[in-house]
Each structure stands twice: as structure tokens, then as C-alpha cells.
Design a protein around this ligand. Sequence first.
Ligand code: ZN
Ligand code: ZN
Length: 141
Amino acid sequence: MPELPLTGGCLCGAVRFEVTEPPVSAGYCHCTRCRRRTGTAASVQATIVPGSLRVVSGEELVRCWEPPSGAWKCYCSACGGALWSRPADDPTGASIRLGTFDEDPGIRPSYRQFVAYAVPWEPIPDDGLPRFDERRPSDWA
Ligand SMILES: [Zn+2]
Ligand SMILES: [Zn+2]
């Protein structure tokens, strides 16, 4: 188990954050928004305990795209690096992009969601993770 708090940041380093509790779960999202947001086939992210994310620097640079439905997509406005999603109705929740952590965050991806929208140019690996055509029940990222 990694030491807490977990630390991480954006590409340019202006936004730095801490996570004070071990993440709850992690998974891949193959939805179109995650594809466009990251420019990759899928986004891998960890859902955290509500209230356990603390921005320690660069908070003024964090912007969120607020889609008409679904979670906000937050990023650093200086470098464009994706940071996390937030449920529109709960500012304490977050699903943090795994690649933003400095060190091993301890958790491992345990599912794949929105696989009905997966790209044709990168086959989903045969990794044994449960797959959900749409949103995984109880997830919102
Ligand atoms: Zn940045
Ligand atoms: Zn997604």
C-alpha cells in the first residue's frame, strides 16, 4: 500500500494535488468523451473517496468542461493536461486520471466501461477485466 497522501499533477506542473485516502476503484473508460478528452483509445482513472482530493497549487488554473449531461471534465488551462472528472451534482467527488499520479497509486484497473464505443483501431486487450457496454453501474466517470 503506497504512502498517503498520494501526490500528482498536470503536465506543466502548475497544478499539484494530494489524495488523502486510498482510491475506491479504478477502470478504463472507452466512451467518446474520454477518447476526445485524452486523444487516446481509452482513459484509465480512479474513483476516490468523496472529499479526499486537495489541490495544493494551481487551483486557479483548473478549468472544467461542463457537458449538458454527465460528469465535468477538469484539466489544467495552462498545459491542457487532463486531471479528473467530477459529478456535476457533487463537488466533493472525483475520478482522477491514473497517469497524473507521481508514483504508483496502489490501485489497479478492475473493469472496462462503455466498450460499445471502443475504437476499431485498438482492440481491447484480453485482460480478463469485466466489460460493460455502457456505464458501469455505480460509476459516473
Ligand atoms: Zn498544467
Ligand atoms: Zn468516459
